[in-house]
Design a protein around this ligand. Structure first.
Ligand code: ZN
Length: 111
């Protein structure tokens, strides 16, 4: 197990899931955090944060303040988080909503 995986596992076990998907405000579609391109420069990061703030919302339908921003750490750990740190979702609930939306996003098997 590499260090990144261990860190993610520790965060998960500590109840800190990262929000790697969000919902588009207009289309209600699932949006995955881009793995490349958007974090190439500080300007690109700022532009993506602005886009996230305007167009995306939290995956939890009953969220009190669904405004999001983008957090850039390093590739593979970038994620969305609430604009205000006051909004906290129970880890299990957040993962439930993320899983539900991601599964709904995938086309159904034809077999
Ligand atoms: Zn929320």
């Amino acid at each position: 197990m590499d260090l990144e995986h261990e860190r993610r596992l520790r965060d998960f076990q500590a109840g800190k899931p990262q929000m790697t998907v969000a919902i588009a405000r207009t289309s209600n579609e699932v949006v995955f955090f881009p793995t490349r391109d958007v974090s190439s420069t500080k300007e690109a990061q700022a532009a993506y944060r602005e886009l996230v703030g305007e167009e995306l919302r939290c995956v939890v339908p009953s969220c009190d303040d669904s405004r999001l921003t983008a957090v850039f750490l390093r590739e593979g750990t970038n994620h969305f988080r609430h604009l205000t740190k006051d909004v906290l979702h129970d880890a299990e609930s957040l993962l439930h909503h993320i899983g539900k939306r991601v599964l709904a996003h995938h086309p159904q098997s034809t077999t």
